[in-house]
Design a binder for this molecule. Structure first.
Ligand SMILES: [Zn+2]
Length: 426
């Protein structure tokens, strides 16, 4: 028998909790909530209170990650981790991160009320440093939970010159305790996160929920094109070596390569600097960036090779110089096949079709994948808008997401996963 759920009521409750959490901000005009600030403290306290009300036992680790424990089989039983983050970017939306924490708490509230006997436990986690907006860190809170926290983080400083270590101590934490924040991999079954999609796919598909196949890997390039400056009025077109026209053609090549890819590759030229940048001078030098993401590392690497070849061909034709340097690379993190299957079944249980898609945005799951198998559930977001105050998920969709999480946990009879295909490319 499955737990009876009032989806509309769950959605309304989620919406009101998100409003309450979204009101905790460093700025009176918008939502800005950075790691280890007084607002982080207030948000963590509120989340802790909700966890207790949901029947969970609450603790907090050395990086301020709030943990709500449900251990029907005792504290030594293996556990399922469900979470997201409560820090935000500057001028953020209310749903990114916070929604995943709220949905997990509501799902656990439904589970604990029924006292489902299970041979495993569930921990709800609310991380405080996903966005990396205060310190130049990457997933430091989930990194500590996964046992991959880099001590170099402690020396990083924020915009006011406050170090990570100082901020941590001011928050009431002891950096010496960080290693103890790590879970024992043998005791963890999986990490699952519900998150706003942050893109337009579910809306276009007309479906409220999606299952993430992989968190896309990314490459970032800096491309410098050199030509020759000249008078805009006197140098005939056929005698020019215009660096900008070469760069523009290369940007179109990036687009062409990404469009031809079958793994949903996305590529963006988001920055372009033109020298000398005068209205009447032929551009002599252009530096632009390429951000390339794909759910397949193989196709991403192929695309990089193709782009390099194209850029040199274009430069050769136009008699320009080109230098390409890669300055950032993150590998794809595949979501565990068995978890994808279970999440898909849970979405079917709430009478919807699961849309499979890669996540182009980064998530705590990237760090958590070093600890255990990961899975992600996406919730439709209006207009695909995120990292923006206009971010919105409907109460109905959130109610369905809570219900899907409950069904997912309910069906999780055994404390282990099947068909181990982790690491397979999707
Ligand atoms: Zn997020």
């Amino acid at each position: 028998m499955s737990i009876p759920l009032d989806i509309a009521a769950l959605g309304e409750r989620a919406a009101s909790m998100i409003e309450e959490l979204g009101a905790i901000s460093q700025s009176p005009d918008n939502l800005t909530r950075f790691f280890l600030t007084p607002e982080h403290r207030r948000a963590a306290d509120l989340v802790g209170r909700w966890m207790r009300e949901a029947g969970l036992e609450v603790s907090e680790d050395a990086l301020g990650t709030v943990r709500g424990h449900w251990h029907p089989a005792g504290p030594d039983a293996p556990r399922l981790l469900i979470g997201s983050h409560i820090d935000t970017v500057a001028d953020a939306g209310k749903y990114d991160g916070s929604m995943g924490v709220v949905l997990a708490i509501l799902a656990m509230q439904a589970i604990t009320r029924l006292g489902l006997p299970r041979p495993y436990g569930v921990d709800v986690l609310a991380f405080g440093d996903e966005e990396g907006t205060r310190f130049p860190t990457t997933l430091s809170a989930s990194g500590a939970v996964a046992g991959i926290f880099s001590p170099a983080n402690l020396a990083m400083v924020d915009a006011d010159g406050v170090s990570y270590r100082e901020a941590l101590v001011a928050y009431g934490k002891d950096p010496e305790d960080i290693p103890a924040a790590a879970y024992d991999p043998d005791k963890v079954i999986a990490y699952v996160e519900a998150h706003i999609e942050q893109g337009p796919v579910l809306e276009a598909e007309g479906e409220p929920l999606g299952v993430v196949t992989a968190i896309a890997g990314a490459s970032r390039l800096s491309v410098t094109v050199t030509g020759e400056a000249g008078h805009a009025g006197t140098v005939p077109m056929r005698m020019r070596h215009d660096a900008l026209l070469g760069a523009a053609e290369m940007a179109l090549a990036v687009e062409r390569i990404a469009r031809a890819d079958k793994h949903g590759m996305v590529a963006t030229v988001g920055r372009m600097h033109i020298d000398p940048g005068s209205i009447n001078v032929i551009p002599s030098r252009v530096v632009f960036t390429v951000d390339l993401r794909s759910g397949s590392d193989t196709s991403r690497r192929d695309a990089l090779t193709r782009f390099e070849r194209e850029a040199h061909r274009i430069a050769g034709q136009r008699q320009l110089g080109v230098v390409i340097s890669a300055f950032h690379e993150v590998a794809t993190v595949p979501c565990y096949q068995d978890l994808q299957l279970r999440l898909r079944r849970a979405i079917t249980d709430v009478d919807h079709r699961a849309v499979a898609m890669p996540s182009g945005a980064g998530h705590d799951g990237q760090a958590m994948s070093k600890l255990c198998p990961i899975g992600m559930l996406f919730v439709r977001c209006r207009g695909g808008i995120s990292h923006n105050p206009a971010e919105f998920a409907s109460p109905q969709d959130m109610g369905l997401a809570v219900a899907a999480l409950v069904r997912f946990i309910e069906r999780f009879q055994l404390p282990h996963l099947e068909n181990d295909t982790s690491g397979a490319e999707t």
